[in-house]
Ligand binder design. Structure first.
Ligand SMILES: C[S@@+](CC[C@H](N)C(=O)[O-])C[C@H]1O[C@@H](n2cnc3c(N)ncnc32)[C@H](O)[C@@H]1O
Length: 277
């Protein structure tokens, strides 16, 4: 007979299987400690005593599954988050992208879009926006709706403005949004260059012919097996000599694809796919 702890873990396994078979969302290779914490929180909030009680609710109540999905989506993001990373993209990566007539960029796990508009602003300032198509994806439709609207709390703009300047911004961030009451709306000039779409990194296909993939602060939620799977997806989505940018706690080191890349900046987690030999 398994101990309570083992039983609890086993019930979480069953819960994840139930979610996968009922909704097609596969959390079986998400980082276990944080996943179990989220299950525990949801149990407490829902007045349930065990993961197996959650199974019944998840299977029969799609609205309850939506809550679980929300729990599993950490959507924290900012404009020009980690400004030094944007500065190196502007100074080093754009130098190469400038040599191409068409540029494809994929923001995977874009959350509510702040990172995507930051990239669009930099491309605009460097005269690269018109030749660029940005694909911005996430598996969370609620986040994508916010991203598409490009409306953010106005009080965040002060911090975003400081980040923008630290990232090498050439004008004034205020040129790119309209503030009204407590909200700031990003100007429509970027809409034509950005395609927002639902894409689940665990089960969906490659985005072909990308020159740059930005996937920051997403892999930290995955175990090594899933990180390898997703990094392989990125390697297959990039053109030869294409760039990959990860979050500051993420790395290609020890991954399955590490030999397919060279490191452009370890500090900023910027990598470049090697040309095929
Ligand atoms: C912490 S946010 C990162 C946002 C942004 N990249 C940044 O660094 O500021 C993580 C995002 O990854 C998304 N995500 C998690 N698992 C995913 C999956 N399997 N497929 C696509 N997106 C996923 C979440 O919905 C969330 O929006």
């Amino acid at each position: 007979m398994p101990s309570k702890n083992e039983l609890w873990v086993f019930e979480v396994d069953l819960l994840l299987e139930a979610i996968f078979f009922r909704y097609g969302y596969d959390f079986r290779h998400y980082s276990r400690a944080s996943l179990e914490r989220r299950v525990e929180n949801r149990l407490a909030l829902s007045d349930l005593s065990s993961p197996s009680e959650m199974i019944t609710k998840v299977l029969h109540e799609p609205a309850f599954f939506e809550l679980f999905l929300k729990d599993m989506s950490i959507t924290v993001t900012d404009m020009f988050r980690d400004p030094h990373v944007f500065r190196v993209i502007r100074e080093v990566v754009f130098k190469q992208l400038r040599t191409y007539s068409r540029v494809n960029i994929w923001h995977a796990g874009c959350a509510t879009g702040e990172e995507v508009y930051s990239m669009a602003i930099m491309l605009h300032e460097e005269g690269l926006l018109k030749r660029t198509r940005i694909y911005a994806t996430d598996y969370n439709n609620r986040s994508l709706e916010v991203a598409q609207q490009g409306i953010y709390p106005v009080e965040k703009m002060q911090e975003f403005t400081a980040n923008y300047h630290e990232a090498g911004g050439k004008g004034s961030l205020a040129d790119y949004y309209q503030a009204k009451y407590e909200y700031a709306k990003i100007n429509d000039i970027f809409n034509a260059s950005i395609t927002f779409a639902n894409h689940n990194l665990v089960k969906d296909q490659v985005f072909a012919q990308m020159n740059l993939i930005v996937c920051r602060n997403v892999l930290i939620y995955f175990d090594q097996h899933l990180q390898d799977q997703v990094l392989t997806l990125f390697a297959n989505s990039l053109v030869h000599r294409g760039y990959l940018v990860l979050g500051d706690k993420e790395t290609l080191a020890l991954s399955k694809v590490q030999d397919e890349f060279e490191c452009v900046s370890y500090e900023q987690r910027i990598y470049r796919k090697l040309a095929k030999v």
